[in-house]
Design a protein around this ligand. Sequence first.
Ligand code: NAD
Length: 551
Amino acid sequence: MLVACGPTAASLVLVNPVNSVYLHIGPMRQIDTIDRLEIISCDPSTGAEIGRVPLANTAYVIEAVKQARIAQPSWSVLSYKQRGHVISRAREVILRDLESIAELISRETGKPKVEAISMEIVPTLDLMHYFAVNTAKLLKPTRIDIGQYGLMGRSSNVIHKPLGVVGIISPWNFPWATPLDEVVMALMAGNAVVVKPSELTPFTALKISEVFEEAQLPSGLLKIVTGDGSTGAALIESGVDKVMFTGSVATGKSVAESAAKHLIPVVLELGGKDPMIVLKDANLTNAARAAVWGAFCNAGQACASIERCYVHESIASQFIELVVRETAKLKQGPTSSDDIDLGAMTNERQLQIVEDHIADAVQNGARIVIGGKRKDEKHGWFHEPTVVTNVNHTMKLMRDETFGPVLPIMTFQTDEEAVHLANDSIYGLTASIFTTNIARGRKLAEKIEAGTVMVNEVVYTHAVGQTPWGGTKQSGYGRTHGRLGLLELVTPQHVHVNSLPSVPDVWWFRYSETARRLFRGFAKRFTTGSLLQSSLLLPQIIKRLLEERKR
Ligand code: NAD
C-alpha cells in the first residue's frame, strides 16, 4: 500500500515496497537484513514525494556498527593532520555542491534555501575548517601539576583516546548541521560514526555520507542507518561506545534509560523554551528585529528559538509595535523563491502543537496581535508568524516547547522579576538579554539558568563551533561543539610515570615503626603543600629507605 504525501497525510509513511529500488546507503546495500518497509520523505511545502529509503532493522544496524568497528582502528592511528585532510576535502565537495545541498535541505524541511545556507551550511563549513585545523591543539596531551610528587620524580599527563564507535541520533529541524557537526568532530577525534537521522529528513543525511565518500573517507567509518525510533533504539542496543542524541525531552529520557542499561555514556541535546529579556535601556529597534528573527527563523523550529519574550513595562508598547511592524513585512510561502522569509513547518504534528498552544492561550485571556492561524495553502503545512500578548505562566504557550512561529510577549518591572520569569521553566538551553549596558547584561547573564546566555544576540551561537553547546535542567546534559564538545568524543587516559625506577616507594610493604612515624609526618607536613614542611621529613624518608634496603 502506498499512502500519498500531503498536508492531510502523515509525512512519514511506511510502505510495503512493490517495485521499490533501495537507495544507496553505503556498501551494505547488498545485505538482506532490511525489513520490507520504507520511509517516504516528502516536501512539507508542496506535499510532493521526494523519495523513499529503507527502514533499517536491528540486524542492519548491528552490521553497520560492526563494519564501523572494523574500520576504526586504522583511522585512529592517523595523525590529526591526516584526518583533517579528509575533512577539508569533504568541505570542498560541500562548497562545490552548495546550491544542490541547500535545495535538498529546503525540500525536506520546508525552510527557505537561503536559510539552509545561512543557518546550516555556512556554520558547518566553518566548524569543519576549525576542527580540521585545531583538533590537534585542542586534544594536546596535558601535563598535570602534581605538586610535591613531582619532586619525587613523578609526572602525570592526560592523553585523549578515541572512544571507538559513536552513535549519533538526530532530529529533523537542522538535518544537515546537527549530525554533520558531530560527525566531523567524532571523526577528527579518531572515532567511527553511525548516524540515525530523523525519519523526516533521511535524504539530507544520505547526502552527508555521499560527500564523505567523495572525500575518500575510508570505507566503513561513516554509516547512515535510515529509519524511525525503532532504528534509533536498535543503535543504542548495538554496542556503540557513546550516544550523541539530539531531540525531544521525552525521547531523550527513553534514550538515557536504554543507554544506562548498557552503561553507555550519552550526551543529550534536548528541547528548550528560551527566554529573551528586553531591558529598559535596550536598543529597541535591534531588540525587536532580533525577537522577530529569533522567534520565526526556521519557522520557529529551532531548539534555541525565542519562545518567551519579557520586556520592561515602560517600553513594552513601543517594542510590541516594532515587533508587529517587522512581522507584518515577512513573506511566507513555498521556498522556490529567494525572497521568502518563512517556509512551511516540517511536519503537521508540530503544526498541531502550535495551534493547540495558541488556542489554550487565547482561551485563558491571551491576545493575538498579528497572525494566529494556519495558512490556507493547498499543499503545505504553513502557520502564520504570530505575536501574542496578555500571556502568563499558566499557559502552555509559556511553559511547554511550542517549536513553531509564535512569539508570546509579557512585561516585567524589575531585573529580579525578569530573571525569575526567565528561570521559571523546566528548560535551560539558551537565553538572551538585550541592554546597552554590557556590564549589566553580563551580570544578569550569570543569574540565568541556561547552557548559553547571549547579550544582545539570539539563537545563533550554535553556529559558533568554537563554543560549547548544551543545556541545563531538562534541556539535557553534556556538550557538543567547542573543546568541551570534543572532550565528549574521547576518553581521557591518565599516564603517570615514575622516572626513578630503582627507588622503591616508602609506603610499600613491610610496615614498621619507622613507616608509622613517616606516614604521620606525611599527614602533618607533606599534605600542607609546603616544600619547607616536607623537607623536614627527609631524614625519616632516608631512614625508611635504608630500612627497606636491609630487608
Ligand atoms: P524526537 O525526539 O522525536 O526524535 C529525535 C530522533 O530520535 C529521531 O531521529 C527519532 O527517530 C529518534 N528516536 C525516536 N524514538 C527513539 C528511541 N526510542 N530510541 C532512539 N531514538 C529514537 O525529536 P524531533 O521531533 O525529531 O526533534 C525536535 C526536538 O529536538 C525538539 O524538542 C527540539 O528542541 C530538539 N532539538 C534540540 C537541539 C539541541 O541542540 N538541544 C537541537 C535540535 C533539536
